[in-house]
Design a protein around this ligand. Sequence first.
Ligand SMILES: Nc1ncnc2c1ncn2[C@@H]1O[C@H](COP(=O)(O)OP(=O)(O)OP(=O)(O)O)[C@@H](O)[C@H]1O
Ligand SMILES: [Mg+2]
Length: 274
Amino acid sequence: MADDLLVARGLVVSYGRRAAAPVLHDVDIRVGKGETVGIVGESGSGKTTLGRALLGLVQPTAGSIVFDGSDITAVDEHARRSLRRRMQMIFQDPMSSLNPRHTIGRILIEPLLLHGLADNRQAARALVHNVLDRVGLPRNAVDRYSFELSGGQRQRVGIARAVVLRPDFVLADEIVSGLDVSTQAQVLRLLKELTGEMHLALAFISHDLSVVRSICQRVVVMREGRVVEEGACERVFSAPQADYTRMLIDAIPLPVVDPGWLNRGSAADTSASA
Ligand SMILES: Nc1ncnc2c1ncn2[C@@H]1O[C@H](COP(=O)(O)OP(=O)(O)OP(=O)(O)O)[C@@H](O)[C@H]1O
Ligand SMILES: [Mg+2]
């Protein structure tokens, strides 16, 4: 098992009034170094809330979150700044998370300067060229605006913006749900390659279990703010222990195949029609 990178224990999160009913109840989750962990569950089960809590974007009312040995719920501003580089997020909708008034170049260069990963613009530009090459975007994308790109290209920019900071942990929340199936596959393949190359830990939130199965090593199943099952991806999919997990798996739509497709254009073969 990989060494621990991020370990949350007993997380309780409520929105609004403290006394309001919590949306996360006593959640435990662990992400190992370089590991991809899927977080699944139906809408409203608390996946996004859990992800935001892991990044320190919502404050839990109870529990601890330890990132690489330090409790991030109790760090000073200086430590938080370095954590902000080491923990990145890729958003569901890059159209609303990429500033439409800034070029892609500016969107990628500014965080590099802010976090001190490049001493000057020229050095930052060189890092940006490398990351554009790596995510499969042309270098002249630096002069374009997000609205001039396709959905798949925009999501590549979202990935580039996260990985260019050389984080240890990335949270991806429903990042392929707005894309067509073949673009989804390309983006997932890229993400899988990058996590391997960069030894990047990934928490991958999705309501689409077949996507999770294709990319994750472990999976956490959430229901109504609790973890109902957790385990190696293959085990959870082949032998789910919780009824709820079984129900989610049974709800994965089977590929719709027209039974006649194989024979089209070869009228000679009638044996497959039974
Ligand atoms: N900012 C907020 N203020 C108040 N309640 C919220 C807020 N965000 C989420 N909730 C509530 O918390 C619960 C969990 O929501 P969350 O967004 O974490 O679910 P999710 O699993 O990500 O759902 P989805 O699959 O639809 O994205 C829901 O009942 C939701 O209404
Ligand atoms: Mg969500």
